[in-house]
Design a protein. Structure first.
Length: 234
């Protein structure tokens, strides 16, 4: 089928189909006249691309998944997809927390605004308080103590023992295999409960999982404690 037919059948604009071809997501044959020609599997391929995009997966990850979807069994697709969806879910959870925090701050500002009297004078400290921080920053300290803290630290060190890592601005970064993604997610969730000042960034690509852990300057020592000595990248 021609590109116009594929666009009509799939609901994907022709401009997007050309872009997918440029990005290596949707290969096309050529007619003797040089026109793009697609087979029936292209519709299924577009369905897979659309489903992956609707979950927020970046095109680079969609491209990696397509190579498995095209030639591998369903269990391989599942194995590739599961850690990527887990990472995406963690990102959504983080974004949701940010939005809830922003909602609380905005609501507080609106309530303060309503309490201010209408005056003809210039704004004073009461006005500037509208944009003041309304919540205390998290304390730079872990709420775990004793054996619980030691167990958590050991869990991180077991996970990161063989992972090369190196300093980044404000913390450390480690490279891990994709199969460790779920274990990383579980530890990150637990860490956010006891050490909310720590920031975790997860990136997945065909090479594996990149984990970055950062903190304010006062928490740098706690970040270093998560990483085992002797594996710093040279």
């Amino acid at each position: 089928m021609r590109i116009s037919e594929l666009a009509a059948r799939s609901g994907v604009p022709a401009t997007t189909l050309r872009f997918y071809e440029q990005e290596g997501l949707l290969p096309a044959d050529r007619s003797p006249a040089g026109h793009r020609v697609y087979g029936r599997p292209a519709v299924e391929r577009l369905g897979f691309i659309g489903a992956a995009k609707s979950l927020g997966l970046p095109l680079a990850q969609v491209r990696d998944l397509l190579s498995v979807w095209e030639s591998g069994p369903c269990r391989d697709v599942r194995a590739e997809l599961r850690p990527r969806l887990a990472a995406r879910l963690e990102q959504v959870h983080g974004r949701r927390r940010e939005l809830l925090d922003a909602e609380r701050r905005l609501q507080t500002a609106v309530e303060r605004l309503e309490r201010l009297p209408e005056r003809d004078e210039r704004c004073d400290a009461d006005c500037s308080a509208l944009v003041a921080q309304t919540e205390q920053q998290p304390q730079i300290a872990c709420s775990l103590t004793g054996a619980a803290q030691d167990a958590r630290r050991d869990a991180w060190r077991d996970l990161l023992r063989d992972a090369p890592h190196h300093p980044v601005e404000g913390g450390q970064a480690a490279d891990l295999p994709l199969q460790d993604a779920e274990a990383v997610m579980a530890l990150v969730r637990e860490e956010q409960r006891c050490c909310p000042f720590l920031a975790f960034t997860l990136r997945l690509d065909r090479r594996g999982l990149r984990l970055e852990v950062t903190a304010p300057a006062e928490g740098a020592e706690l970040v270093d404690q998560l990483f085992s000595p002797g594996t710093l990248a040279r």
